[in-house]
Design a protein around this ligand. Structure first.
Ligand SMILES: Nc1ncnc2c1ncn2[C@@H]1O[C@H](COP(=O)(O)OP(=O)(O)OP(=O)(O)O)[C@@H](O)[C@H]1O
Ligand SMILES: [Mg+2]
Length: 196
């Protein structure tokens, strides 16, 4: 991808598939529309109470993605129908999510991990499955925030102060390193990053 003018990175045609807003032509415009949509989703999630049985379900997980991206993308809230170099084979997405949710209830009932670690482990597993065509990172972070705030009544995570998580920032590098540790079963850095 080439940046022609600062703030004017064009979007490739194949990346526009499913885009609902035809006036969007640059990545910066896309980011802004997506960010507005996500802020609406955050308001939606804050303005209600959800039980853990509701949150830890396939239908809520899809609904959250739809709330975050449904103004912008046709495929919001629908599992991916193609394979990517990241994530499981498309044919086993549902089954892998079912396994994760079963594990999550087991971990909750047996108090296997402290509250932040529970949310971070779920977040990491969900993004590793890579349920959706895009938005998996942002969806998994908001999902973790909903777990800590609704299930445990704690402050949502700060994710390295949020603004700093975008490409080529130092926050992004810390985040990617923390994810790599988590891939190897060590959640400490991701836990620290999430509260930094
Ligand atoms: N090598 C990698 N490169 C990029 N993302 C990766 C990689 N390995 C794991 N991931 C995970 O995939 C997510 C990116 O997936 P996707 O592009 O669907 O989400 P996003 O919401 O658009 O991105 P972001 O997390 O940057 O906001 C990252 O947040 C990270 O959790
Ligand atoms: Mg992305």
């Amino acid at each position: 991808m080439y940046t022609y003018d600062r703030g004017q990175t064009p979007i490739d045609d194949d990346e526009k598939i499913g885009l609902k807003i035809f006036s969007i032509s640059t990545m910066e415009e896309l980011n802004e529309f997506e960010q507005n949509n996500i802020e609406k989703a955050i308001q939606w999630s804050l303005s209600r109470n959800f039980k853990k049985e509701t949150i830890l379900s396939e239908s809520f997980i899809k609904k959250l993605h739809f709330k975050m991206f449904g103004d912008v993308w046709e495929w919001a809230g629908e599992f991916r129908k193609t394979n990517k170099n990241i994530g499981v084979d498309k044919s086993i997405i549902s089954v892998q999510l079912r396994d994760l949710l079963d594990d999550a209830f087991y971990w909750l009932n047996h108090k296997s991990f402290d509250e932040d670690e529970f949310a971070i482990r779920v977040k990491h597993r969900i993004v590793s499955i890579h349920l959706f065509p895009n938005g998996n990172g942002r969806h998994s972070r908001l999902f973790a925030d909903i777990i800590v705030s609704h299930i445990f009544k704690k402050q949502p995570f700060s994710w390295g102060s949020n603004s700093d998580i975008y490409p080529s920032s130092t926050g992004r590098i810390r985040y990617m390193e923390a994810l790599r540790d988590a891939d190897n079963g060590n959640y400490q850095r991701l836990l620290e990053f999430a509260r930094s």
